[in-house]
Design a protein around this ligand. Structure first.
Ligand SMILES: Nc1ncnc2c1ncn2[C@@H]1O[C@H](COP(=O)(O)OP(=O)(O)OP(=O)(O)O)[C@@H](O)[C@H]1O
Ligand SMILES: [Mg+2]
Length: 363
């Protein structure tokens, strides 16, 4: 393992010996905007500000957070679709470097993406079969082989090749189109797939079928998933690990079981409190997150959540909380679990926050 991978291990991704599929270190992407007025100061959208994480091979990392917190920007950086300002990304053992077309070509075989809009993702003039064949043929696979593989993949995603291979995107339902996009993503035999709200536009009954399909494909092809969704129920269902983002930063990370059962960051608690639950015993009493997030152009100093946090104190404006191990066991029944950590002064005894010691004492 490289030194870069060693350093970024905020989750012990290879605790069970599976190895690291994705490693991201100190990633930053600020979009420069035109000045608001002539000769005014340049402005920057702080879309992703110092994000680090790792995902073990064969795991699903669920990424959650409100609209505009930087989830899609992170996905686009991972795919090398936009250049990073700073930081390093390694996926499937390859460095993602958007400045090197040769490196990107290699990366694209290993890491694929499925988007929310199933229709826009497909070329309307290409048949289903031709869409799936396109990627492999660009990478030098013969037409015959590409067609055979496309038909096998259609079968895998639950679309009978004889019925669907010759159809066009407008002749398919949303669920069927998304199955074609999944087949297309699989065509280059990737190791990692990033799903950006990939099931969000589907009806609930179709959504669950596609989620189950994704689980089966992951097991069969030994894939690693990054799964972005605003639907916390869906993320809980599909994820092994969770990463909660707020205004371009990671505020909490841990196993799905840890984060959903014992959320540590006030923002995670608020998010989960606003999650619809059918089970009255699992409802929390803390207030759901209210109002809109502050502008990412001029994010709050210190802790970015402080302007909406019920526990904010002076220290929250002056010092940025680091991601630190949260209370609670990190291993159960001899099984290593990802470290559960959150970036909140309340969790750090030396922070100076008046609730910090009380929280430690209670743990
Ligand atoms: N090309 C761009 N130029 C300027 N700002 C951008 C650009 N792309 C994204 N942003 C801004 O960066 C921030 C993060 O956007 P991003 O799309 O990553 O959020 P998101 O978490 O995916 O949101 P959503 O849940 O709505 O999809 C937003 O404030 C967005 O307006
Ligand atoms: Mg998005």
């Amino acid at each position: 393992m490289t030194q870069a991978l060693e350093k970024v291990r905020c989750l012990p991704a290879d605790a069970a010996g599976q190895g690291v599929a994705v490693a991201v270190q100190d990633l930053r992407k600020h979009f420069r905007l035109k000045p608001a007025r002539l000769l005014g100061p340049a402005r920057e959208v702080h879309a992703v500000s110092g994000v680090s994480f790792t995902v073990a091979k064969g795991q699903t990392l669920g990424i959650v957070g409100e609209s505009g917190c930087g989830k899609s920007t992170l996905a686009r950086l991972l795919m090398g679709l936009i250049p990073v300002d700073a930081g390093a990304i390694t996926a499937a053992g390859l460095a993602v470097d958007s400045a090197s077309p040769a490196a990107l070509r290699q990366v694209r075989r290993k890491i694929q993406m499925v988007f929310q809009d199933s229709f826009a993702s497909l070329n309307p003039r290409l048949s289903v079969e031709a869409s799936i064949m396109f990627g492999p043929m660009v990478h030098g696979v013969s037409r015959l082989e590409a067609r055979q593989a496309a038909h096998a993949l259609l079968d895998k995603v639950g679309l009978e090749p004889a019925r669907f291979a010759g159809r066009y995107p407008h002749e398919l339902s949303g669920g069927q189109r998304q199955r074609v996009n999944i087949a297309r993503a699989l065509a280059l035999q990737p190791e990692v797939i990033v799903f950006d709200e990939a099931v969000s536009a589907l009806d609930k009954s179709v959504e669950i079928q596609v989620l189950n399909l994704l689980q089966d494909l992951k097991n069969e092809f030994k894939l690693t998933y990054l799964f972005i969704s605003h639907d916390l129920n869906v993320v809980q269902y599909i994820s092994d690990q969770i990463m909660v983002m707020y205004l371009g930063k990671v505020v909490e990370t841990g196993s799905a079981a840890q984060v959903y059962a014992r959320p540590q960051h006030p923002y995670t608690r608020a998010l989960l409190a606003s999650m619809p639950s059918m089970d009255p015993s699992s409802r929390t009493l803390s207030a759901p997150v209210t109002g809109d997030p502050p502008s990412p152009i001029d994010p709050p100093s210190g802790c970015r959540y402080r302007t909406r946090c019920p526990h904010a104190q002076a220290v929250c404006a002056t010092a940025e909380p680091a991601l630190a191990g949260a209370a609670g066991p990190t291993a159960s029944a001899g099984r290593a679990e990802p470290v559960h950590s959150a970036a909140c002064h309340i969790l750090s005894p030396a922070s100076g926050h008046s609730m910090a010691l009380a929280a430690q004492g209670a743990a």
